[in-house]
Structure formats: C-alpha cells, structure tokens
Design a protein around this ligand. Structure first.
Ligand code: NAP
Length: 239
C-alpha cells in the first residue's frame, strides 16, 4: 500500500498498518527539513506529477491519501493516477473543527489577510510557510508574529517576527505566547484535530479574534473516511 502522508493522521495510520503486517510505504513531500517520520518504509520527494505517480503505482495495489486537507495538488494527482491505473484510492481526512459563532470563516488566504487587517494590529499567523507571502500586502505594517516550522524563502516586512516551532502545542504555552505578543487576531487554516487546537482555546479565552480559512473541497468521486478504524476497515475489505 502507498500511504500519501505528511500529517499526524498518516503517521498514526502507518503505525496501525505496520502492526497489522500490511506492507505499507509512507510518502512525504520533503518540504520540511527534519520531518517527523512514520514507522515503516518511507519515501521522500515528489513523484513528478501524475505521470510520475502512475509509474510509481506499478509497485502498489492500493493507495490511501492522508495528506493535509489543504494539499490539493497531491490529492488531485492521486485521483488521476489511480483512475488511470485502476488502483483503489481512499481519502483519509481528519474532520475540521466544529465551527463556533464567534469565528470568522473565509474562503482563502487572501480573504484572511484582508479581514485580519481590519480586526487587529497584532496578528498571529499560523497558516504555514507557503502561504505567508499572501499576507504581506495587507499586513506589511502590522506587528505580525508568523509561526512556521521552517524558515520561508521570503523577505518579511520589518515589523514581522518569525517564530520557528512545531506542534503539538499546550494551552499554557499558547496563552503566554499570545499575551507576550499582544495578539489581537489569530489566523489559522481549518486544520482540525488536536495538535494545534490549544491556540483556539487560548484565543477564545483572551478575546482574540479568530479567522479560519475554510477547507477546499476534497477530491471528487473518491470514498472518504475521517477515522483510523474506517481507513483500516476499507483496507481489510481489499486484502
Ligand atoms: P501539494 O500542493 O498538494 O503538492 C504539491 C506537490 O508536492 C505534489 O504535486 C507532489 O509533487 C508533492 N507532494 C505533496 N505531498 C506529497 C507526498 N505526501 N508525497 C510525495 N510528494 C508529495 O502539497 P503541499 O500543500 O505543498 O503539502 C506538502 C506536504 O505537506 C503534503 O504531504 C501535506 O500532507 C503536508 N502538509 C501540508 C499542509 C498544508 O497546509 N498544505 C499542512 C501540513 C502538512 P509531484 O507532483 O512531483 O508528485
């Protein structure tokens, strides 16, 4: 089985599958310098688009796409390559967070930047390195704290501070981070899950405005599950 990963869910699934004796290879994009590695065999780096993935699928009977909900390119390639090769494909995606009435949902990162600029002067951006450039035009003069795993390849405005760190995070730490920065608006993707949930709690407690970038639609025509048990059941039906 090929497990397209780069998420905590994918690592958890790899562990369960290895335990069950499934021959699973996890695939990572190779974006972060020191990735958390799942148990079992791992390959790192892009496949070279749909054609490259089609060729790689010669070695696999099944594919589970457990990439991040915002990793649309990889998911689309998986749909096309699996369709072309007749390889069964499952989408495994953690559920998004339960929306709260106080949160501001937006369609994309550009809208998030525009809205954040109207909501505060001290935004905390937790949207990932790849999206930061989209916030520069609207927040160039703001006291931005941008939290990322790896340093972005981008010259940041002088009023911005970069914080390199990696979750999971604790509530107390998130509280003191927001207090010391004076955060008045938090921007996040609707990542779901528990790894980064404490920032939402801390923001609520401190009265920080919360901007949530809505998830893009998942891959079309692909069965999708949001729990480990269901992913394992899908696999067992095909073994
Ligand atoms: P993306 O835009 O969907 O993918 C761009 C390209 O990166 C793909 O076409 C593929 O290259 C390669 N790629 C992506 N995921 C891969 C994987 N698991 N194994 C091998 N190649 C992969 O992806 P992204 O948004 O840049 O995310 C990259 C990785 O980070 C994903 O694996 C994702 O699960 C993880 N991640 C993303 C986010 C996020 O917010 N986007 C957050 C946390 C983790 P080729 O076309 O050459 O095959």
């Amino acid at each position: 089985m090929l497990l397209l990963g780069g998420t905590a869910e994918a690592r958890a699934l790899a562990e369960v599958l290895v335990d069950r004796g499934v021959e699973v290879t996890s695939s990572l994009a190779g974006r972060v310098a020191r990735p958390r590695l799942p148990v079992g065999p791992v390959r790192i780096g892009g496949f070279g688009g749909i054609d490259g993935l089609r060729v790689a699928l010669v070695d696999f009977d099944l594919v589970i796409d457990a990439t991040h909900p915002f990793a649309q390119g990889m998911s689309a390639n998986a749909v096309a390559a699996c369709e072309a090769t007749g390889t069964p494909l499952l989408r495994f995606e953690r559920a998004g967070w339960e929306p709260r009435a106080t949160w501001h949902y937006v369609e994309d990162h550009d809208d998030a930047a525009r809205l954040a600029a109207t909501l505060g002067q001290h935004p905390l951006l937790t949207v990932g390195r790849q999206e930061l450039a989209r916030f520069v035009p609207d927040l160039a003069g703001s006291d931005v704290l941008a939290r990322v795993v790896d340093t972005p390849d981008l010259t940041l405005p002088g009023s911005w501070t970069l914080l390199s760190s990696r979750g999971p995070y604790e509530l107390e730490g998130e509280r003191s981070l927001m207090r010391s920065h004076g955060t008045d608006v938090l921007v996040t993707k609707d990542s779901g899950g528990t790894f980064t949930w404490p920032k939402m709690e801390a923001a609520e407690e401190l009265g920080v405005s919360i901007v949530v970038v809505r998830r893009p639609d998942g891959p079309e025509g692909v069965p999708s599950v949001d729990s480990l048990d269901r992913a394992v059941a899908w696999l067992e039906e095909r073994r």
